[in-house]
Design a protein around this ligand. Structure first.
Ligand code: ADP
Ligand code: MG
Length: 244
C-alpha cells in the first residue's frame, strides 16, 4: 500500500496554474524528494496533502484515507500520523524548547498520558536530534541549525508514520545543511518513517532521497534516482544538474 497517493492533482490561483494533473506515490519507508524551482508549487503540493489548501481537482490518499472525505476530527487524528516540518520552523518564541515540544502532545494526547509519558517523550525527541541540553532554553538563544533540529524534534515527538519536510536545509550553511540531512537519515532508520522532502538543495537531496520527482510546469515531469535523473538529456531536467 502507498503511504501517500496523489492522483491528477490540479490547483490554480486565478490564472496561475500551479499544479496541473500532478500524480505521485510515496512508498513505505522511502525518502522521496520533490525537486522544483522556487515558485513551482512544492509548498502548495505539501499543503494540499495536509489539507491546508483545497485542490481544484484530483484525489489525495494518506495512509489509506481519502482526505477529502474526512471530517475535522478524523483529519486531526490523521495529522498525528503525518509530521510536518515547516520551512520557517514555526517555533513559539515565547516558549521554552520543552514547552514547544509539549505543544503537539497537548493537542493529541490525554491529560493522563501527558502526566505519565510526556517528560520521557520530550527527552527522547531531544536526544534524537542531539540537543538534550537545550530543554530549558528559548528559541532565540539557539542557532539556525539548532532551531531546525528543535522543530524536527517537535515533529517526531508524536512518532508520525510519515514526515513532510518543506525545504529543511534552505538558508542553512553547507555544514549545518549536511548535519540536518544526516539527522533526517537517522530518523528514517530509527523510526522507519516514510518522508516527502521538498527541496532545491541538490547535495541534501543526493544524501537523503531514495527517489526524486521533478516538479516542472505543475507536473510530475520526471522521476528516478539521483543517478538516473543526472543522465537524462531533457534540457528542463538538465538545468537542475548543470555543473555536476
Ligand atoms: N495562497 C495563495 N494564494 C495565491 N497564490 C499562491 C498561494 N500560495 C501559493 N501561491 C502561488 O503558487 C505558486 C507556487 O507557490 P509555492 O508552492 O509556495 O512555491 P515553492 O515551489 O517555492 O514552494 C507561486 O506562484 C505562488 O505565488
Ligand atoms: Mg516553498
Amino acid at each position: 500500500m502507498a503511504i501517500i497517493q496523489v492522483e491528477s492533482l490540479s490547483k490554480s490561483f486565478g490564472s496561475n496554474h500551479v499544479l496541473r494533473d500532478f500524480s505521485m506515490q510515496l512508498k513505505e519507508g522511502e525518502n522521496l524528494a520533490i525537486l522544483g524551482k522556487s515558485g513551482s508549487g512544492k509548498s502548495v503540493l505539501i499543503k494540499c496533502i495536509i489539507r491546508l489548501i483545497h485542490p481544484d481537482s484530483g484525489k489525495i490518499t494518506v495512509l489509506g484515507k481519502d482526505i477529502s472525505q474526512l471530517d475535522q476530527d478524523e483529519m486531526d487524528l490523521l495529522r498525528a500520523d503525518v509530521g510536518f516540518l515547516f520551512q520557517s520552523n514555526a517555533l513559539y518564541d515565547s516558549m521554552t524548547v520543552r514547552q514547544n515540544l509539549l505543544f503537539p502532545l497537548r493537542r493529541h494526547w490525554s491529560k493522563e498520558r501527558i502526566l505519565a509519558e510526556a517528560d520521557e517523550a520530550v527527552k527522547e525527541a531531544l536526544e534524537d536530534v542531539g540537543l538534550a541540553h537545550t530543554i530549558h532554553m528559548m528559541p532565540a538563544e539557539l542557532s539556525g541549525g539548532m532551531r531546525k533540529r528543535i522543530a524536527l524534534a517537535r515533529t517526531i515527538i508524536l512518532k508520525p508514520k510519515v514526515i513532510l519536510y518543506d525545504e529543511p536545509t534552505t538558508g542553512l550553511d553547507p555544514i549545518t545543511s549536511r548535519e540536518i540531512s544526516e539527522l533526517m537519515l537517522s530518523i528514517q532508520r530509527k523510526y522507519q518513517t516514510a518522508a516527502i522532502i521538498i527541496s532545491h538543495d541538490l547535495s541534501s537531496i543526493k544524501m537523503t532521497a531514495n527517489r526524486i520527482i521533478m516538479l516542472i510546469e505543475g507536473r510530475n515531469y520526471a522521476e528516478g534516482t539521483f543517478e538516473q535523473l543526472t543522465k537524462l538529456q531533457d534540457p528542463k531536467v538538465r538545468e537542475f544538474f548543470v555543473g555536476l
